[in-house]
Design a binder for this molecule. Structure first.
Ligand code: HEC
Length: 115
């Protein structure tokens, strides 16, 4: 039964992650994933010490809103995934490529305030 429900969750998850250029994404679902994925353990309000909130990151990424090209998306995904020389965040590194890309697109669209 547990296996069945995780399969159902996985199937629902696939639907929630359309390929780039596919149907518009359901930001409420991505927001839920951020919550379920523990992003707010560090990026909540107030955030963990020295960690930006997801709203602050979204404000930084807003420069790309409406014109996020594939190369920029890839660069942001890579930075999230692999961090810098000084930061390796397990919760980031554990994300699949698609999940990371979805979170990036969501943050560019406004993150917690995306409509
Ligand atoms: C263990 C704490 C922790 C958790 C959990 C965490 N983060 Fe982070 N995150 C950080 C820290 C610290 C930074 C700033 C340093 C850095 O960029 O590596 C950061 C930076 C970021 C950035 C900015 C990267 C950049 O520089 O452009 C994004 C985007 C991000 N996190 C998304 C997420 C998402 C989405 C989740 C949930 C899947 C998540 N984080 C979970 C600690 C965390």
């Amino acid at each position: 039964m547990r296996l069945l429900s995780s399969l159902l969750v996985a199937a629902a998850g696939l639907q929630a992650w359309p390929a780039p250029g596919a149907a518009p994404e359901d930001w409420a679902q991505v927001a839920q994933r951020a919550a379920d994925g523990g992003c707010y353990k560090c990026h909540g309000e107030p955030p963990r010490r020295n960690v930006p909130t997801l709203r602050e990151i979204a404000a930084r990424y807003a420069a790309h809103r409406g014109r996020l090209d594939a190369a920029t998306e890839k660069a942001l995904v890579d930075r999230l995934h692999h961090g810098s020389t000084f930061s390796h965040i397990a919760a980031h590194e554990a994300l699949s490529e698609e999940d990371a890309a979805s979170f990036i697109r969501w943050l560019v669209a406004g993150g917690p305030d995306a409509r």
